[in-house]
Design a protein around this ligand. Structure first.
Ligand code: N01
Length: 501
């Protein structure tokens, strides 16, 4: 049994303040504590528990669509996963245990939301305002995630609807869907997981699709007792599985960026999957994408397409025009009476919400500085924002592998920066604008030929300038090698940062 955690109090000053206790916040805190168990580090978390997206997303069927062998911390391998693709409750339990086992749990102050943080140039520290009071921090790590603000499209008439409305990320567990007529808006990674789960319970399901997505089978299975015993007795075997999954997934990059001629082969597999699950040709046509596979996130599901082929499930692709008191009107003018509307419309992702609350050297917020098109150096540091480190920042997202691998790379880099500051007697590091610009030019060059930019789809990877400010363009081991060592030569290190510098 896990001991009841001690919750730290809000200090007046802390050396390292981490905002957010999801995978990212835990990764960086573990890395710092690994080198210095007595490190002066505090994690503030606005919710009552750690876990981030895996705490919040509790919709039926919520699971990881990256194999758990890879979607877990390298420092906390668990031999106990029930499936090759872990379910949300299991991941949440895993995170709680990892935090308790590594001592991170005692560093997390829950129920504490960051309201604003401003860089104080004279004192060379961050002045931070939270819902529990104020403090200063020498270094600030924003580990707030990119996909945490649910996007609810402003559908005309939605306020007049008399039934129940909720978003997949804030699932209403008090509302029993049994026997109800339900509309689902959106057909992305979340919808494909919960629609098959609720289809048997509801009376009628109407799914509103804006863009069909490519769907591949999810090679999910339960892990046998033998495997678990083997992992426990010979941990190296689990490491080998992890390395194999990693290598296979990296090979996928070849198809996306380096060898797009392989993509038609993927499309054939997806089309065969569609044919197997959907006998009706007209429905298949509606479900066939027109863009190149992997341009948007490929969906993995063994039962999504089959569910859409059911007689009691309708797929509407004529658009969503308005919501009335009793239902939804589609683009063909048909009104469908429903009791509940579930928005599976994703998140507002181009910049982390925390960007509106961080003020750099010149007093601008990070959101103003970015103006809708985020840029950083190594997805982590930003010129004009000394001693600020982003986890899962611009151009660190992946379509093929595990974000946890990227987060651990960033954590090592940030830890290196802290060690550099300590060794050098410095108070602040700030990336050189020229280094940041060079880095972003290189990233843009690499992205130019990738399927995300050329595949003929619109996706949340492209920001309002049409720039891909989301994806990492190449192999993840390249990112690992770039972040292995803190490259002080691309930074200025100083005792106090002056506005004129
Ligand atoms: O959201 P999405 P999600 N009217 O943005 C449609 C991660 N994730 O919650 O394609 C009508 O993918 C939109 O249509 P279109 C993963 O990174 C991870 O499903 O934009 N429809 C689309 O169909 C993923 O990318 C796991 O034309 C509207 C859907 O809503 C991210 O979360 C599991 C609309 C949104 O799909 C988000 O996934 C689940 C409108 N106004 C999710 N606006 C893992 O297992 C949007 N849509 C790790």
């Amino acid at each position: 049994m896990t001991a009841t955690p001690r919750s730290p109090a809000l200090p007046d000053h802390v050396a390292v303040l981490v905002v957010g206790a999801g995978f990212a916040g835990l990764a960086v805190t573990e890395r710092v504590l690994r080198d210095d168990p007595a490190a002066d580090i505090l994690v503030i978390e606005r919710a009552a528990d750690l876990g981030g997206t895996w705490r919040d997303n509790t919709y039926p069927g919520c699971a990881c669509d990256v194999p758990t062998a890879l979607y877990s911390f390298s420092f906390a391998p668990s031999p106990d996963w029930s499936h090759t693709f872990a379910r949300q409750p299991e991941i949440q339990r895993y995170l709680r245990k990892a935090a308790a086992d590594t001592g991170i749990r005692d560093r997390i102050l829950t129920g504490c939301e960051l309201l604003e943080a401003s860089w104080d140039d004279d004192e060379a520290r961050w002045r931070v305002r939270t819902t529990l009071g104020e403090l200063t921090a020498q270094t600030l790590v924003a580990a707030t995630g990119a996909l945490s603000t649910p996007r609810l499209p402003g559908v005309p008439g939605i306020e007049t609807f008399r039934g129940r409305v909720f978003h997949s990320a804030t699932w209403d567990h008090d509302y029993d869907l049994t026997g109800k007529r339900v509309a689902v808006i959106g057909t992305g990674a979340s919808a494909v997981q919960f629609v098959p789960e609720i289809a048997d319970r509801v009376e009628r399901l109407t799914v509103y699709q804006r863009t069909p997505a490519w769907v591949l089978p999810r090679g999910d299975r339960t892990l046998s007792h033998l495997e678990k015993r083997l992992y426990r007795r010979i941990p190296l075997t689990q490491k080998m599985v992890r390395a194999t999954v990693y290598t296979f997934r990296e090979g996928y990059v070849l198809a996306m960026a380096k060898a797009p001629r392989l993509l038609p082969a993927f499309q054939l597999v997806a089309k065969a999957h569609l044919r197997r699950q959907v006998p009706d040709r007209a429905l298949r046509r509606k479900l066939t994408p027109t863009f190149t596979i992997t341009c948007k996130r490929v969906l993995l599901s063994n039962d999504w397409l089959r569910t859409l082929a059911r007689d009691d499930v309708d797929l509407v692709d004529s658009g969503l025009v308005e919501v009335t008191e009793g239902g939804v009107v589609d683009g063909a003018g048909t009104q469908t009476e429903v009791d509940a509307i579930v928005f599976a419309t994703g998140f507002s992702p181009t910049e982390p919400p925390v960007a509106q609350h961080l003020r750099g050297r010149d007093g601008q917020t990070l959101a103003q500085h970015w103006a809708g098109s985020p840029r950083a150096y190594l997805g982590t540091t930003i010129a004009g924002f000394p001693n600020l480190f982003l986890m899962y920042g611009p151009n660190t997202n992946l379509g093929h592998s595990s974000i946890v691998y990227m987060l651990e790379s960033q954590a090592a880099y940030i830890n290196g920066a802290l060690a550099h500051l300590a060794a050098d007697g410095g108070e602040a590091v700030e990336v050189l604008p020229a280094a940041q610009a060079r880095y972003n030019e290189r990233i843009a060059d690499q992205l130019a030929s990738t399927v995300w930019n050329t595949g003929g789809c619109s996706s949340w990877y492209l920001d309002k300038e049409g720039r891909n400010s989301v994806m990492w363009p190449t192999f993840t081991f390249r990112y690992r090698s770039r972040t292995k060592r803190f490259d002080a030569e691309n930074y200025q290190t100083r005792r106090a940062v002056r506005a004129s510098v």
